[in-house]
Design a protein around this ligand. Structure first.
Ligand SMILES: Nc1ncnc2c1ncn2[C@@H]1O[C@H](COP(=O)(O)OS(=O)(=O)O)[C@@H](OP(=O)(O)O)[C@H]1O
Ligand SMILES: Nc1ncnc2c1ncn2[C@@H]1O[C@H](COP(=O)(O)OP(=O)(O)O)[C@@H](O)[C@H]1O
Length: 201
């Protein structure tokens, strides 16, 4: 089947869209345990970029697992498929010229490597939100750890399913002794030099 799919050559390119938006586009990927702080930090980073006139969009559990990926569970195979689809969507968002943020547990190294190969290395910034499982469990923002301890949730990352920490992330944020504001600033300071401002003339 696949050999019969031939890409149409569209005239408006990624470069054209980036020029129109007056900046380049790439993917900022947050990985870490549930409750580590991915969504909280991504939200503040997005606001800071948006205020500077950057076109942004954030992909996270709510708009993905309740929508396009509502057929997927938390089995290792479904998590792999979850991340693959999100990487493909991210690639389309980058094509559209948008600085894309993504906040997913993404616990498996091979799945994160696959994101890199889908969006290409240069377009992928990996942020490891490093918060210990003990702290995430103390926070238990959604009550999921309590349920996991009671055996009501299977495959809970950090409790009954693995989290493979990144070995060489672009940024590592240790949230336990840090404010949200400082965590977001750490990300923004890394990103700003990577943002190339382009003229649309
Ligand atoms: N078993 C299990 N393990 C981990 N997380 C669980 C689980 N069940 C439900 N949840 C909730 O789903 C959110 C994680 O979804 P993700 O799509 O990011 O997971 S994954 O990347 O496919 O591993 C995660 O959201 P965050 O807390 O924002 O990380 C949880 O709220
Ligand atoms: N430095 C920090 N960075 C991010 N979140 C923090 C920090 N310190 C405390 N928190 C708290 O931790 C919780 C993280 O929850 P959330 O962002 O939903 O995590 P995740 O998206 O990884 O599941 C929030 O209640 C947030 O206020």
């Amino acid at each position: 089947m696949k050999e019969n799919i031939i890409a149409h050559d569209y005239q408006i390119s990624r470069k054209d869209r980036q020029k129109y938006n007056q900046h380049n586009s790439f993917l900022i990927w947050f990985t870490g345990l549930s409750g580590s702080g991915k969504s909280t930090i991504a939200n503040v980073v997005e606001q800071k970029l948006f205020q500077q006139g950057i076109k942004t969009y954030t992909l996270d559990g709510d708009n993905i697992r309740k929508g396009i990926n509502n057929d997927l569970t938390f089995s290792p195979e479904d998590r792999t498929e979850n991340i693959r689809r999100i990487a493909e969507v991210s690639n389309l968002m980058i094509d559209a010229g948008v600085v894309t943020l993504a906040a997913f547990v993404s616990p498996y190294k091979k799945d994160r490597l696959n994101i890199k190969s889908i969006v290409k290395g240069d377009n992928f910034i990996e942020i490891y939100v490093n918060t210990s499982v003990e702290e995430c469990e103390r926070r238990d923002t959604k009550g999921l750890y309590k349920k996991a301890r009671a055996g009501e949730i299977k495959n809970m990352t950090g409790i009954s399913a693995p989290y493979e920490a990144p070995v060489a992330p672009d940024i590592e944020i240790k949230t336990e002794n840090m404010s949200v504001e400082d965590a977001a600033n750490q990300v923004v300071e890394y990103i700003l030099p990577k943002l190339k401002l382009l003229s649309n003339e």
